[in-house]
Design a protein around this ligand. Structure first.
Ligand SMILES: Nc1ncnc2c1ncn2[C@@H]1O[C@H](COP(=O)(O)OP(=O)(O)OP(=O)(O)O)[C@@H](O)[C@H]1O
Ligand SMILES: [Mg+2]
Length: 276
């Protein structure tokens, strides 16, 4: 990957406009801290990059090395080297982890991986994230602890060796030792050429992984950019200086008033905005 250019992207989900003219440029070798208050659009931006169909892009463009990313399917994006580590990895009952990993690797190459190579690589990856490899025979994420789920996301990143890794709060739920372990994996992959966009609310991770760029999402757009120092400042001072120094107002609940549905689909009642 040489560059990713996000230009004036707006998107909506379930009638809510979330991203509003959001722009950001990421170059090969960058390690970007993507920050912003809760609910302002960080995960949404990563989902839009990965192609989650729940988010409808209504305007703007995204190019990856000059190619139109938005016209690509999710699997095409993955084959181009994009990877997303989820904030909340879903349970996938009925799908054995090992089968999933093998299908995942095979989808990225012309010939199926040999069993021996696959076994060696997965065993190594389990060791690197310090997970018991017996988990490979369990259903994906089912019954995993919070920290195990996050380690399992990093394990998939190790197996796929992406060019651009989008990590969404990968540090939440990790114990102190796991945090250092994951940070050292990220640092090694950085040296091997992976570009990162990392969302975290805590500077513990940014102290262990050197970020060269910070982008702050406020009200659905990148409102401020800077170098790694900006992430440190936000960690120390919070977001209040954005308004004082940059006149960036952090809006709360300014979204368009929608109908509120109460109850299940069988017995559903709707409250109109004017009745609230
Ligand atoms: N699929 C969806 N349908 C409806 N609204 C959504 C959907 N996904 C996100 N939103 C809303 O969009 C806003 C931005 O959500 P997003 O998850 O991107 O925030 P975030 O910046 O990642 O926050 P956090 O730091 O809490 O993870 C929130 O108000 C959220 O409720
Ligand atoms: Mg989020």
């Amino acid at each position: 990957m040489e560059n990713l250019i996000i230009e004036n992207v707006s998107c909506q989900a379930e009638g809510n406009e979330i991203l509003t003219s959001c722009s950001l440029e990421v170059n090969k070798g960058d390690c970007v801290a993507l920050l912003g208050p809760n609910g302002h659009g960080k995960s949404t931006l990563l989902n839009v990059l990965m192609g989650n169909p729940r988010y409808e892009v209504t305007s703007g463009s995204i190019s990856l090395d000059g190619e139109d990313l938005l016209s690509m399917s999710v699997d095409e994006r993955s084959k181009k080297g994009l990877f997303m580590g989820f904030q909340n990895p879903p349970d996938v009952p009925g799908v054995v982890s090992m089968d999933f990993f093998r299908a995942m690797i095979n989808a990225h190459q012309d010939k199926p991986v040999s069993l021996i190579k696959f076994y060696k690589e997965t065993t190594q990856a389990y060791k690197r994230v310090d997970l018991n490899e017996e988990m490979a025979s369990r259903h994906l994420n089912e019954g995993y602890s919070g920290g195990e789920k996050k380690r399992n996301e990093i394990l998939q990143m190790l197996l796929l060796k992406p060019k651009l890794a989008l990590l969404d709060e990968i540090d939440s739920g990790l114990d102190v030792d796991a945090l250092s372990l994951i940070a050292s994996i990220i640092n090694t992959m950085k040296e091997e050429g992976t570009t990162f966009i990392i969302v975290s609310h805590y500077d513990r991770l940014y102290q262990l992984v050197h970020v060269n760029k910070t982008a702050v999402i406020v009200n659905g757009k990148v409102a401020l950019q800077g170098d790694g120092e900006l992430a440190n400042r936000i960690a120390k001072e919070g977001y209040s200086f954005l308004e004082k120094e940059y006149n960036i107002k952090i809006a709360k609940n300014e979204k368009k008033a929608n109908d509120v549905s109460i109850g299940s689909c069988a017995v559903k009642q709707v409250i109109k905005p004017e009745q609230k």
